[in-house]
Structures are given as C-alpha cells and as structure tokens.
Design a protein. Structure first.
Lengths: 664, 319
C-alpha cells in the first residue's frame, strides 16, 4: 500500500484564475487605489487606475500575462515617478505611492490562484497603511468595507460558486466579518500596546493641514475651507462662554517683515508673563486637541496658568514642550473678563509691539499719522477711526481675495479693499503700530459649534481666525477684531464653512455634520485615543488597578480560546432532523420499538421486506404486523393524498402495538 | 510491510507512529461512518501560513505607529480569517457516508465508486475526495446525497476500496480540513483487456461475422453507425425513415470457444488479459461463447450479461 501523504498539498494553487475571481481582484485593487487617492497625486492615481482597467480589458479578451518588458518597464517607472514627485522614495507618502504601483504590477502578472492570493494579502496590507494617513471614523469604516472585495476574491478562488456571477462571493466574507466583530473588538482591547515604538515612528501621526507659524496674505485660505476637526472643548458646568467671547488664542505674531507676520523673538523669550487681573470667576474646561504637528496649545482668551507639559510665553500663549503629533487632552482655567498689564507695559514687549519694517507701505503710515494728529493722546479714538474705516470705507469680506503687490498693506487698504480675517488683522495692527499704539496679531480659533446634546464645543479648522490686540494705557491689552467691523460679506463658493465672520455656517449640510460630530468625538476618545495608559486601567471594574502586559496577554489567550470554543460550538450545531410527516413519524416510532427488541431495519431494506422479516421473527403478532404492513404500504405508496383520518388510525394502531420478543 | 517501503515512508510514518491520532481511521470500518469532531483534522494551507505572517506584520506595524484604526482593521481581518477555519471544519463535520458501491471495472482503468451520504440540509460545495491521492471534487448541494468518485486500479482480483480522504479548503483556501474513511469493503477488478494479440484460434473473428453476415433476415430502422451499404434504399423510399437490411447472425448452436490452451507460450497474466478481451468482444457482438479455464472448468455457452460477468469474475479470481 502506498504511504498516504499528510495532506498539505497545493490543491488549487496552480489553477487558472476564473473570470469572477479576476474581476473581484481588479475591484480590490481599485479599492486600494481609492483608499490612497487622497494623498497621492491625482495623475498618478488616474494612471494606475487606467492600467487596472486596461488589464481587465486585456484579460477579458485573451488570457495570459502582460509582456515581461511592459511589467519591467512599469517596475522601473513607478519608483521613478514617485522620486520625481516627492524627491525621495522613503517616507510615508512616497512609500504608499510605491506599494500601490507595485500592487498594480502584481495584477498584471496575476494568472493563477496563487498570484491572486498573494495580491490579496498585499492589498490588505496596503489598505491598512491607508489608515496611517487618516484614522477618522468614516475613513476607517470605508477601509473596513474595502476588506469585503478582498475576502470575496479569496472566496471566488475556491469552488462552489456560479461560474459567471461574482456577487455571491461576497456573502461568506460579509457574514464572517460581521460574526467576527466581537472577537475583533476583544482582540483590540486586549492586545498589549507598546509603551515606546520599536523603530522610528516620530511624525507618523495623521497628516493634517493646520495652522502654520507664519501668516502671509492668503495663507489661512486653505485652513478656512478645511472642515477637519481641530479640537473639542468641554466646559465645567456644561455651559459655554457667550458667542462673542469664544476666542481661542493660539499664537501671537509680533514680527512683520512687510509681507508676513511671524512670532518673532519676543514670543519665545523666557520672560515672565504679566500678572492677570481677573474680574469674574474663571472658566475651567477640558480641551481635546487633535494632532497639529506644532507646539501651540489653544486656550480660551487668557489662560491663567499653563497645563502640565507646557509653558506660558510672555504673551500668555501656551507652548507644549513636544510637538503635538497625537491627540492630547489638557485642562486649563481662563479669564474672559480680565485686565492685563493696565499700568505699565514691559519696555521690551512695547518695543516688539511697535516695530515696523522700513521702506514699506508709506500710504498706511501717512494715514496713521493723520489719525494721530487728529486724536492727540486718545489711543481709543484711533482704534475707533480704524474700525470705522473698515466699516464704512467700502471694504468687502471675501475668501477669494486678490493677490497683493509689494506694499501689501497699502494695496489692500487703498486698492483691493477685499480680503478676510488675516488681511484685516494685518492691516489693523500695522495701522496701530504706525500710529504708535502697541499692537500684535493673534491667531487662533473663533466661534465653534456648541453641541447641546453632548455638551461640548466643536472647533473646526475652518474656525481659524486672526485678530489683533492693542495696548491702551489704563486698560492694558485689549482684543480688537477688525474683521467683525466689515459690513459687506461675499459668500465664498468654495464650499468651506468659514465662520470667520460672526460664526455663520456656509453650507446646508454643515449643521448635520456638526451634530454627527458626537460620533467622531466618541471615536476619537474611545478608539483612536485608546493608548497604553487607557489599557492599564482596563481591568479597574474588576478591582485590578494596573493591568500589566502579562495580564493582558493571559486575558487575550483566554479570550481567543473561548472565542474559538464558542465558534466551534456554533459551527457544530446540526440541523435537527424532524420527520416530515405524521406517517413517517409513526413508521419511525414502530421501527424504534422493534429496534428495542432487536429487530433493526437494515440500510437498504425496503419497508415490505422489513415488515415481512418482522412478521417471520415475531410469529405471534404476525397478523397485526401484516395489517400494519398493508396499511403502511397503501398510505405511503398507493395513495397520492392519503386521508388524514387513515393516517391517524395507523398511528393509533402503531401506538397500541407492543411487540414482545418471543423466547425460543 | 517490508523494510524498503517503511524507509520510503520516512517522516510521515514516524509521525504516525508517534501520534496515534494520525493513524486513526486507518483501520477498515463498516459503513455508515459519520465524521464527528474527533476525526476531522485541520491545518493551515501555505496560503494560510502566508496570511499569518502578513497579519503579524500588520499587527507589529499598527502597534509601532500607535495607530488604533489600523490595529482595529488588523483585528477584524485576523478574526475573520481565523473564523473561516470553523467554516472549513464545518464543511466536513457531521458528514455521514452511508454506503458506497463500486461498479465493476477493468484493471488499469479508473473504477467508478458511487458514494451515498446521509440526507443533509447543509450544502458542502467545497467537498473533495481523494482516493490514493487522486484528488477529485465531490460537491454536495443541499439535499443532494449522492456523488461519484473514481479509484485507480493496479491489479485484477478483489481489491479493498482504497482509503477515502475527504477534504475541503472552503471558504478562503487558508485552511484545509480533512478526514479519512477506510471502508471495510472490497471490489472485484476485472482483468486488464489486451486486444493487440491474435484473434481466437480455430474460429472466425466474431466481429467479422457480424459485418459479413450470410442470410438476409429482415428490415429494421436505421441507427447511426450502420453501414451505408446495408441501407435498403428501395424499401426506405416507401417509409418515412431509412431502413437497413438485417442479416442473420451466427446460429446459436455454434458458440465461440475461448480456451486457455489456445494461448500457449504466453505468461499467465497475458493469457488472462487476452481471454478477457475475447469475452468482451464476443459480448459486444452478442455472440454466444464458451470459456474454458486452466483447470478445464468450462463456462457457458451463453451470451447474456450474467454469463459475461460470470466469465470475467472467474478470470479475475484466477490465482
């Protein structure tokens, strides 16, 4: 006898790819490209998608690999194109673009089941890497759903599906994914997190546009049209500050070079911030700041103290010691009604707040000169003059501001008169300094959406705003929002939701998006923010204060064991065989009774033979058995529709029949 | 089992000796047999091992980049692929082979084996069966309980039905579940057919007689394959369809005689194969024949199916 091999064979691996499996593979690859499309150059994605379509078309007409030269050419072209775009093949974006290209090359040579399986594995990996760019709830769900075509492809590689249709292949994967969700969540909770990365993962958080440290005319534009969430704030007592007071300061820009505002040297000096004179109870709140890849921590108007891990600059801004590459939570207390340095301004700060570059904007300087001459010592009157100019001077709020020439302030003030917050803040601050009033630009967020249901304030990137602070003798630093003085607003058609002016939302679906942000917040807090620290506290309800990695590992092992056991139990449930009709039930009952005394109906033994044998073996009750046999055969085979009362009679007869073994 | 074979078995045999579970199911057993959970084995396929490595990579990557969404996706994929193992196992679990019977087959040809399973509402579309490592699909739709597989044959005579290996890799091809059934059943394999030799001695070739014919017997309907020259054109013109002339076959009183001693100088198996070929040809030509065996045992004359099987059985059972 031949030695049977342990069946680890390669059955099916070398089979040719059937059309349904190949179509599903193409869909999977397209899904992968779609998942990475947001951060790849549009032309690159389009070319890869076109290659997939061409390959699909080619294989529809003639099976076989694409010529080796073409594949090698593509293998060279993909990294070359990526290097041409990014300058390097290393890093997150270039890496993702290269693997997407390689997946398409793999599709070109996929002819056998083995190729397809490899391609699917590769595709799953690339799908996961898409989440390194965005781990929002919606995107995670989309990527999760993209596993379905991958699973369907694996299913289609196996037998048992219709030859031409490909959608039944989705059924198994979808059902399994649904059933496995609890186990997946358990694994997610229990897999021990790394306290420190194994290899360099700095700066590998999500890519997000955010505020930069520089404000040149037009720089904020991309921010104002970005609906991404910047931060969420929950206030103690559940009551937000009034709408007019929701100014969240981020950074203060001191230095102007004629074109752009920058923090300058004054912002980062280790000077002690001036003490704050507080008039009303402090507002205390918790901030959840999403990764910004900067150091700025935003706080409502004037924070009294820096939270842990941050320092307060001389201008009362909060500076985190590490760049904020992950979502951070911090708690701050702020004053809304305050007095800051009302008597005396630090001379160093005064110098920084009056500095202007030489040789720029003579028109604005002359205007400020005229105001100063008219107002004398009354700084507040000059502020009013400037605001009146913005209100009545024909200024327009428009996100589509025209570009400005070298003397940007003059060009804006006397020529274009069109711009948004940063134009107004910039021009206003310039005018104040030119008039001899210490002034500075503040960049942060203003407004936000108060979610009354979940009691938190939602701040989006589009809530970014720039305003000014001027120092007035006797009053100290005072916030002035010159943009609010503008009376004419042109609604931008960029689809953005800039609430730059008065907090007006700009698209019809924005309110819904704001309301649904509760889910995003929940996702950010419970899933994305579930780190090693939260995991440590996982077993608190069970009285374990600190869960170690070992405990988690044991719990994970137990969970896997239980899940498998439970699954095996479910899988082994067999559908109960019920007799289909009363007659069969009666017959089974009779057979059971006879089996009890040793007369077992054999496999393949027909009822007639069985009754005959029974009658021979139990000669005493032969007449009864013969009667039963005749009746059964008639009911079963002779009559198409046996009358139910006859079946009941047969059942009664069976019930009353008590065979007894004859001892011979 | 001799030493050489044992040596060739190598690792598999040693494993089987160490792990009694591997040897289970090697003992012949009477049908029906239900594949309960004790006898269904499951291992990952190569693709399954590959996906395991992939999942490990994804896990380490997600943990390293502290990306919880990626980790969740990895967990989802991992749990789904792991639970596919249960579906693979379920494909075999509770399968009941009620009975099987083999058709008579000639040596060297594939022997059809008809499998009858217990009625089952569960479809098993990925079921395969392997006989002597020849893998063949054996899909069962819901409510279908019959399938046919083929077994290779190596020598004439009573052959034990080879061990059946049922297996499946559904749904994703990442796991392979299998189970063995060694039915306690034998099947008679008829001798090899050898036609290239001489025609039966002292007698006309039976095939010649049928085409040659001697006396006109009557007319019958034309069947595909009838010689054109036998078509009765004049008679056909009066009917809707073609008619052919039928000729009287050899008279029943003159059976062909196939004698063991007619084949001198040949080895035993060749003689048996030659005789078997003659029997087959005579049966196909519907000519009566008599078979005389080595021990002067004479079978026949006769020309019906019973005689045909009787003769082939006798030849197959020759020592």
């Amino acid at each position: 006898m031949k030695a049977p091999a342990i069946p680890l064979g390669t059955h099916g691996a070398t089979e040719e790819l059937a059309p349904p499996a190949f179509n599903l593979l193409c869909i999977t690859v397209l899904c992968v490209l779609a998942a990475h499309a947001p951060h790849m150059p549009a032309w690159y994605t389009a070319i890869l998608a076109a290659i997939v379509a061409a390959r699909w078309w080619q294989r529809r007409h003639q099976r076989g690999r694409v010529s080796a030269w073409l594949r090698i050419g593509l293998l060279v072209a993909v990294p070359a194109a990526v290097i041409a775009v990014y300058g390097t093949p290393f890093g997150r974006e270039p890496g993702a673009a290269i693997v997407c290209g390689l997946l398409v090359v793999k599709l070109l040579e996929s002819e056998r089941a083995r190729d397809a399986r490899m391609a699917i594995g590769f595709a799953c990996f690339i799908l996961m890497s898409a989440l390194l760019f965005d781990q929002g709830l919606a995107f995670t769900i989309i990527v999760g759903l993209m596993l379905l075509p991958a699973l369907a492809t694996l299913r289609a590689l196996e037998p048992g599906l219709p030859e031409t249709e490909w959608w039944p292949a989705f059924r198994t994967g979808t059902a399994l994914l649904g059933v496995s969700l609890p186990a997946a969540l358990l694994g997610f909770l229990l897999i021990p997190r790394l306290a420190t990365p194994l290899w360099g993962a700095q700066g590998n958080g999500e890519a997000r546009t955010g505020m930069t440290d520089r404000m040149a005319p037009g720089d904020l534009h991309s921010l104002l049209t970005d609906n991404a969430v910047a931060m969420r704030i929950g206030f103690d007592g559940g009551v937000p500050p009034q709408k007019s007071q929701r100014y969240f300061r981020g950074m203060v820009l001191w230095s102007f070079d004629g074109r752009a505002w920058e923090p300058g040297a004054a912002a980062r000096r280790p000077w002690r911030p001036a003490p704050l004179g507080v008039h009303d109870p402090l507002t205390r709140y918790d901030v959840t700041l999403l990764a910004s890849h900067r150091h700025w921590m935003f706080a409502l108007d004037m924070p009294v103290d820096a939270p842990e891990g941050a320092v307060m600059g001389p201008d009362h801004t909060l500076w985190s010691s590490k760049t904020i590459d992950q979502t951070v939570h911090y708690r701050v207390a702020s004053a809304v009604d305050y007095q800051l340095a009302p008597e005396r301004l630090d001379p160093r700060l005064r110098a920084a707040a009056l500095a202007l570059p030489d040789g720029f904007d003579p028109g604005a300087r002359a205007l400020a000169e005229r105001w100063r001459n008219a107002a004398g010592n009354n700084d507040a009157a000059i502020v009013r003059d400037a605001l009146a100019l913005f209100h009545d001077g024909g200024f327009v709020y428009d996100l589509d501001a025209p570009p400005l020439d070298r003397n940007s302030i003059d060009d804006f003030l006397f020529n274009t008169k069109t711009g948004f917050c940063e134009h107004y803040a910039s021009a206003f601050t310039f005018l104040m300094r030119a008039a001899g009033i210490p002034a500075r630009v503040v960049v942060g967020y203003q407004g936000g959406y108060w979610n009354a249901f979940a009691h938190y304030l939602l701040i989006r990137q589009s809530d970014a705003h720039a305003w000014s602070e001027v120092w007035l003798a006797g009053r100290g630093w005072v916030r002035v929002d010159p943009t609010a003085a503008v009376s004419r607003v042109v609604l931008a058609d960029t689809g953005g939701a800039a609430s730059d002016v008065g907090g007006g939302n700009r698209s019809w679906w924005m309110p819904w998006q704001n309301r649904l942000d509760v889910i995003n917040r929940w996702w950010g807090q419970t899933v994305v923010g579930f780190d090693a620290l939260s995991q440590e506290h996982l077993f608190r309800p069970f009285g374990i204060e600190r869960a170690t990695a070992q405990m988690l590992g044991i719990a994970l092992a137990i969970a896997v064991f239980l899940a498998l056991g439970f699954g095996a139990l479910l899988a082994s449930l067999r559908p109960r065989h019920k007799p289909r009709d009363a007659l069969a039930a009666a017959q089974l009952r009779l057979q059971k009774r006879l089996a009890h005394i040793g007369i077992v109906r054999g496999i393949g033994e027909g009822p007639r033979d069985f009754y005959r044998r029974t009658a021979t073996e139990l000669s005493d009750s032969a007449p009864t058995i013969n009667r039963l046999a005749v009746e059964y055969l008639a009911l079963r085979y002779a009559l198409a529709e046996p009358p139910p009362e006859r079946i009941r009679a047969f059942l009664r007869a069976v019930r009353n029949f008590h065979p007894r073994r004859v001892v011979k | 089992m001799d030493a050489a074979i044992r040596e060739r078995e190598g690792l598999a045999a040693r494993l089987r000796r160490w792990l009694p579970a591997l040897a289970r199911g090697r003992r012949p057993e009477a049908l029906p047999v239900t594949l309960d959970r004790n006898r269904v084995y499951i291992v990952p396929t190569r693709a399954g091992l590959g996906f395991g490595v992939l999942l490990a990579t994804m896990l380490i990557g997600a943990l390293n980049y502290q990306n919880n969404a990626a980790l969740l996706l990895t967990c989802m994929l991992g749990a789904t692929l792991a639970s596919s193992m249960l579906l693979t196992w379920r494909e075999l679990h509770d399968l009941t082979l009620r009975s099987l019977h083999a058709d008579h087959g000639f040596c060297d040809a594939r022997l059809p084996i008809h499998l009858a399973f217990a009625d089952d509402r569960r479809a098993r579309p990925g079921l395969h069966v392997a006989l002597d490592d020849i893998e063949q699909p054996c899909p069962l739709r819901a409510g279908v309980s019959r399938a046919t597989a083929t077994a290779p044959t190596e020598s004439r005579g009573w052959m034990p039905i080879p061990r059946l290996r049922f297996f499946s890799t559904l749904p994703f091809g990442l796991f392979r579940a299998w189970s063995w059934i060694t039915p306690d059943q034998y099947v008679l394999v008829y001798p090899r057919i050898l036609r290239d030799g001489q025609p039966p001695a002292h007698h006309d070739d039976p095939r010649e007689r049928t085409t040659g014919g001697d006396e006109f017997a009557g007319l019958r309907e034309y069947h595909v394959g009838d010689p054109i020259r036998h078509v009765a054109w004049k008679a056909s013109a009066r009917h809707d369809h073609l008619l052919v002339r039928e000729f009287e076959r050899a008279a029943p009183g003159q059976p062909l005689r196939f004698d063991w001693r007619d084949l001198p100088g040949l080895d035993r198996e060749t003689r048996i194969s030659r005789l078997a070929a003659w029997v087959c040809d005579a049966y196909a030509a519907a000519r009566p024949w008599t078979l005389v065996l080595e021990d002067r045992r004479t079978l026949g004359p006769g020309s019906d199916a019973a005689h045909y099987h009787h003769c082939l059985t006798a030849l197959a059972e020759l020592p």
